[in-house]
Design a protein around this ligand. Structure first.
Ligand code: FPP
Length: 233
């Protein structure tokens, strides 16, 4: 890999925060904020292809988000369903492979079927791997991995970090190089807690619907300046 290529994160993960505050400051409903956030996501997916990012993981609906008002939860599920209906063909033509991180069970059947369909249709693409964390929680993912390891009858001495990584929902993706969080918050919020051990962090006060291609470029440039040592010197 050339020095130039090393400056572009192979895998970027984003906590898309601030839709609610963006809407509130404009006198709009929270769902309108999520809709604006969805439009923005489309730009960022395109920019990821332009910037040659290979893996993009987005935190869209956490296991904790079920605790939000019913209307907001329903609105978010509807947004995801209609985005898949509207954008799937184009994303497929652009070479985007959609993967899902999280639990499909305990989601409305209509939503989980749409996700399964999008995963199936795009499974041969490899220009950009788009991991959509939906009904995802980092601790839940670890519990799920332990359950699967035990069910597979794997003996304790065979359990290695590589094996555990393979039982995570992200088995097919490398660990994220860069995690971006918008809206000024500085916490991980149960996102990729196993995979982020050595990820670089970038936080910006910009609210997610305003996080445009230029802001994205700034985050990537900041990453390009970092010295990654992975615990070594
Ligand atoms: C956080 O902002 C955002 C969410 C919980 C939802 C993110 C969802 C989308 C951008 C749209 C749907 C995604 C896809 C994949 C179609 P917040 O509501 O916590 O904002 P706040 O902190 O300002 O209230």
């Amino acid at each position: 890999m050339s020095e130039e290529e090393k400056r572009i994160p192979r895998h970027i993960a984003i906590i898309m925060d601030g839709n609610g505050r963006w809407a509130q400051s404009r006198g709009l409903t929270r769902i309108e904020g999520h809709k604006a956030g969805t439009e923005n996501l489309r730009q960022i997916i395109r920019a990821s292809v332009d910037f040659n990012v290979k893996y993009l993981t987005i935190y869209a609906f956490s296991t904790e988000n079920w605790g939000r008002p019913k209307d907001e939860v329903k609105g978010l599920m509807t947004i995801l369903e209609s985005v898949i209906d509207r954008e799937l063909n184009e994303l497929n033509a652009e070479g985007v492979r959609i993967c899902h991180l999280g639990r499909l069970e305990s989601m409305p059947v209509k939503t989980s079927r749409k996700i399964e369909h999008a995963v199936e249709v795009t499974r041969h693409n490899d220009r950009l791997i788009l991991n959509i964390a939906w009904n995802y929680g980092g601790r839940d993912e670890i519990v799920h991995a332990i359950q699967q390891i035990i069910k597979a009858g794997i003996p304790a001495e065979k359990i290695t970090e590589e094996l555990v990584s393979c039982y995570m929902f992200t088995c097919d993706s490398p660990d994220p190089d860069l995690i971006i969080r918008t809206s000024g918050e500085m916490r991980l919020s149960n996102f990729l807690i196993w995979q982020s051990a050595y990820s670089e962090w970038y936080a910006t006060p910009t609210l997610w619907p305003d996080f445009n291609k230029q802001e994205y470029q700034k985050a990537i440039d900041a990453y390009g300046q970092r010295k990654r040592r992975f615990g070594k010197i």
